[in-house]
Design a protein around this ligand. Structure first.
Ligand SMILES: Cc1ncc(COP(=O)(O)O)c(C=O)c1O
Length: 438
């Protein structure tokens, strides 16, 4: 089909849509992922913990909107809130809207470090604002991050994100095209779960480091006992700020995020995904004296950290977030959610063991991923040392069998997953393991 035909003829089948996607979208994808041709599909709709493709095929969905849809794709309370709000106008700018104010009030009440809130549109913006505020307030240029951590798509986050080997710490490595070389010197890197290296970097460079930024759960890597507490202690000892990137952990590990779950309070924290209930919203929460660096009344001063965005505080995403938080705040929500996740993970482990595959179901709570290794990873090099080719093959087989995961990407359980979803997943995993063994 020619491009002109494509433009004029309404596409009917999934193949037609892929033909259009191949002509219009790089790699026929929407961002950093593009499934291989033999497993790819186009989503038509999502309900609960399942997706339906354009061809009418059902998938059990463990990608969960990259973690945004913790209570499923169409929770009635969220859908109702969005529909009701949409009828009152899609977006406003320049002055407050009531939904954003209500959400700010709720966030300050549940996020331990948040005396004030800044709204953003994405998690990436939230981490970039955290870094800017830290630099503006501390008057120091550098940020210390952890190897393999993901903090979004902006230039400062784009160092030591996809390492293939250990860095020469603390020199951050550049692994993405188009990022100015000049920025490399503003980022430093340490291995996750390694307080000794963090301390030695801080003892030498604290005078130029504004903040440490950490994912409290880095991808699929959980913090070793004492690691986050150690970061807090070292940040205080050396006079640098501690930023938790809670874009994934926020409202997932507990209503108070990783801060509540692990009992460590950072100075600033970034959020995305769940805070907008599946809509375009992120935020930064933090100490009032830090967040106030963004007060628009400071314009023109050098301690003013500029923030602004057309969609910041979008009312539809705000009501979706509020409705989601209300569900998460129901009695015993997290006990049930984490209990179910443990049950699912154990059932997956049993299947792997039955097939004598030398793999683990890494993760805790609602985080999981298959890794062909023996132990839970402590850092990115441990993940890379696992047999990632085999895990990608297993993930590919799962896709073929109707389970939506992205190969070698950490995935989630959702509160909407049912026992029936588990049964379907176990059959798929059993078949996938059978193929692997064969
Ligand atoms: C820990 C973390 N930080 C930041 C981001 C960026 O968020 P967004 O994709 O909303 O820009 C992500 C996205 O997955 C993330 O996982």
């Amino acid at each position: 089909m020619s491009e002109a035909e494509m433009a004029n003829i309404p596409a009917a089948t999934q193949d037609d849509y892929y033909a259009i996607a191949e002509a219009t979208l790089p790699g026929a994808g929407l961002g950093g992922y593009s499934l291989p041709e033999d497993t790819r599909f186009i989503i038509r709709e999502g309900h609960g913990g399942r997706l339906t493709s354009m061809e009418g095929r059902e998938y059990i969905d463990y990608v969960c909107g990259a973690g945004a849809t913790i209570i499923g794709h169409d929770h009635p309370a969220v859908i109702e809130a969005v529909q009701e709000r949409a009828a009152k106008g899609l977006h406003f700018f320049g002055t407050l809207n009531d939904a954003a104010v209500e959400l700010a009030d709720r966030l300050v009440s549940v996020i331990p470090c948040a005396e004030r809130i800044i709204f953003t549109t994405t998690g990436s913006e939230a981490t970039s604002y955290c870094m800017r505020i830290a630099r503006a307030v501390m008057g120091k240029p550098k940020i210390l991050k952890f190897e393999g951590a993901y903090h979004g798509n902006h230039d400062y986050a784009s160092f030591s994100q996809f390492p293939t080997h250990a860095a020469n710490y603390p020199m951050a490595t550049s692994d993405i095209g188009g990022v100015p070389e000049a920025l490399q010197d503003t980022m430093m890197v340490a291995p996750y779960n390694d307080l000794e290296t963090v301390e030695s970097i801080l003892s030498e460079h604290a005078g130029e480091i504004a903040a440490i930024i950490a994912e409290p759960v880095q991808r699929i890597i959980f913090p070793r006992s004492g690691f986050l507490e150690g970061l807090r202690r070292l940040a205080d000892k050396f006079g640098v700020l501690l930023i938790f990137d809670e874009v994934v952990t926020g409202f997932r590990l507990s209503i108070a995020g990783a801060q509540g779950h692990f009992g460590v309070t950072p100075d600033l924290a970034s959020y995305g995904k769940i805070v907008g209930g599946g809509g375009p919203l992120g935020c930064v929460g933090g100490r009032a004296d830090l967040i106030d660096a963004t007060n628009p009344n400071r314009k023109g001063r050098t301690d003013y950290a500029y923030i602004n965005g057309t969609l910041h505080g979008n009312p539809i995403a705000a009501v979706a977030g509020l409705a989601t938080l209300k569900v998460l705040q129901e009695k015993d929500f997290y006990d049930h959610f984490h209990g179910k996740a443990d049950r699912f993970r154990k059932a997956f482990c049993d299947v792997l063991a039955r097939h004598s595959l030398n793999a683990i179901v890494a993760g805790q709570a609602s985080f999981w991923q298959f890794l062909f290794t023996e132990n839970e990873p402590a850092n990115q090099m441990d993940v890379l040392a696992s047999d990632m080719q085999r895990s990608a093959t297993l993930d590919g087989e799962l896709l073929r069998n109707g389970v939506y995961v992205l190969p070698n990407v950490r995935r989630f359980f959702s509160a909407a997953h049912t026992d029936a979803d588990l049964e379907v997943s176990l059959d798929a995993l059993n078949a996938a393991c059978g193929t692997m063994v064969a």
